[in-house]
Design a protein around this ligand. Structure first.
Ligand code: SAH
Ligand code: SF4
Length: 361
C-alpha cells in the first residue's frame, strides 16, 4: 500500500519533495528524505525550434563516488495529437558510427534507470504535463485536448546504445510502462539499436517494447564502415534476430532506420536492395535526412535523391518512409531541406494516413 502511495505521488502527481505526500506518515517521509532525493536533472539550457521542437541540455549529479557528473540531451518532438520524447541511455557511446556525433565524443558512462526516467519527469514538469501544471507560453507546440498527454511516446534515440545498458534501460522501461508508474503503453515506447544482436531477443522478451534498428546500408562492406559493430554482427545475423524478435507482427512492425548520406548509400539501386533485404519482415522504413555536425565526413543527400529513394520504398508498400526533419534550426541545419519542409509535411501527412489505414498507431 505504501509503495502504491509513493509511486502515485512521484509518477502521477509529479511531486519533487517528500514533504508534499500528504497521506504518508511524517516519520516515513523524514526517513525517505534522509536517504533519497526526488530532485530532477538540472536544465542547463533549453532551445525551442520554430516548429515547436524543444531540446534540453541536462546536467546530472555524480552517480557514484569519483563520477564528475555529466551532461546529456533530451529532445521533445510535438505533434498536434501526440508528443514524442527522445531520451538518452548513455553519456557518450562506445560504438563509433562514422556519421554520428555522439560516436565521436568521449565515452563517459551508462545512465542509471533514475536518470533515464528523470528525463521524462523533467519534460513533463516543463510541459505542464502533471496535474496542476501549466504549459509554457514561449511558442513551442504542446499537444492538448481530452485525454492527450504532452509526452505520449518515448524513443530511445538520444545519446548512447540502449542495449549496452540493458539492465538500467529495462528498469526504466518498467517504470515508464507500469500503470502505477508513468503508465505509457509498451507500443508507445521504442528502443533503437545499432544492432546488438545477442540482446535483441531479451529486449522483446523482458521489455516488450517496439524495436527500431539502425540499418543504414544494404551490404556488409558499407555497413562495416558506417556502423563498425556490423563487423561483429553482420546484416544476415541482424535480420535473423529481427525475424525472431518476440511480438513482431504486421500490427507491431520493426522500424528500420536509414540515414541518407549523399553519394554513399542513397542510390536507387540501394533503395531496391533495401526492399529486397526486408522482404517478408514486418517492417517500417524510416529514412532520416543526415544531420550534419561540424567536421562530419558526410553530407545530407540532395532532396531529389531522398525523394527518388523514398518513391522506390513507397512503391514497394512501405508506409512512413521519410522522417520529417524537425528542429533543424536548433539541431544544426541541413540547409537544402529547409525550403522543402512544406513538401515534406504534405508527404508525412500522406504517409501517416497510410499508416492509420493499416491500423497502426
Ligand atoms: N545507438 C542507438 C540509438 C541512438 S542513435 C542506435 O544507433 O540506433 C538514434 C538514431 O539516430 C540512429 O538510427 C542513428 O543512426 C541516428 N543518427 C545518429 N547520428 C545521426 C545524424 N548525424 N544524422 C541523422 N541520424 C543520425
Ligand atoms: Fe551513435 Fe547509435 Fe552509433 Fe552510438 S550506436 S555511435 S549513438 S549511431
Amino acid at each position: 500500500m505504501r509503495v502504491g502511495q509513493l509511486w502515485h505521488w512521484i509518477y502521477h502527481r509529479g511531486v519533487r519533495d517528500f514533504g508534499a505526500m500528504r497521506n504518508v506518515a511524517r516519520p516515513l517521509l523524514d526517513q525517505l528524505g534522509e536517504r533519497y532525493t526526488l530532485a530532477r536533472p538540472e536544465i542547463v539550457a533549453e532551445q525551442v525550434s520554430a516548429d515547436g521542437t524543444r531540446k534540453w541540455l541536462l546536467r546530472l549529479p555524480p552517480a557514484h563516488p569519483g563520477d564528475k557528473g555529466a551532461e546529456i540531451e533530451t529532445v521533445y518532438i510535438p505533434e498536434t495529437d501526440r508528443g514524442t520524447l527522445c531520451v538518452s541511455s548513455q553519456v557518450g557511446c562506445t560504438l563509433n558510427c562514422t556519421f554520428c556525433h555522439t560516436g565521436t565524443q568521449a565515452w563517459a558512462r551508462n545512465l542509471t534507470a533514475a536518470e533515464i526516467v528523470g528525463q521524462v519527469l523533467v519534460a513533463r514538469d516543463r510541459l505542464g504535463d502533471f496535474p496542476g501544471g501549466t504549459a509554457p507560453t514561449d511558442g513551442g507546440l504542446v499537444p492538448s485536448g481530452e485525454g492527450v498527454r504532452a509526452v505520449s511516446n518515448i524513443v530511445f534515440m538520444g545519446m548512447g546504445e540502449p542495449l549496452y545498458n540493458f539492465d538500467n534501460v529495462r528498469e526504466a522501461i518498467a517504470v515508464l510502462t507500469d500503470g502505477d508508474g508513468l503508465s505509457l503503453s509498451k507500443r508507445r515506447v521504442t528502443v533503437s539499436t545499432s544492432g546488438v544482436v545477442p540482446e535483441m531477443a531479451r529486449l522483446g522478451a523482458e521489455c516488450g517494447t517496439m524495436l527500431a534498428v539502425s540499418l543504414h546500408a544494404t551490404n556488409d562492406a558499407l555497413r562495416n564502415k558506417l556502423v563498425p559493430l556490423n563487423k561483429k554482427y553482420p546484416i544476415r545475423e541482424l535480420l535473423q534476430a529481427c525475424r525472431n524478435y518476440p511480438g513482431a507482427s504486421n500490427a507491431r512492425r520493426i522500424t528500420f532506420e536509414y540515414v541518407m548520406l549523399k553519394g554513399v548509400n542513397d542510390s536507387p539501386a540501394e533503395a531496391k536492395a533495401l526492399v529486397r533485404l526486408l522482404a517478408g519482415l514486418p517492417a517500417k522504413i524510416n529514412l532520416i535526412p543526415f544531420n550534419p555536425w561540424p567536421g562530419s565526413p558526410y553530407e545530407c543527400s540532395d532532396w531529389e535523391a531522398i525523394e527518388r529513394f523514398s518513391d522506390i520504398v513507397f512503391a514497394a508498400g512501405y508506409a512512413s518512409p521519410v522522417r520529417t526533419p524537425r528542429g533543424r534550426d536548433i539541431l544544426a541545419a541541413c540547409g537544402q531541406l529547409k525550403s522543402q519542409t512544406e513538401r515534406l509535411r504534405a508527404r508525412a501527412r500522406m504517409m501517416l494516413e497510410e499508416t492509420l489505414a493499416v491500423g497502426l498507431d
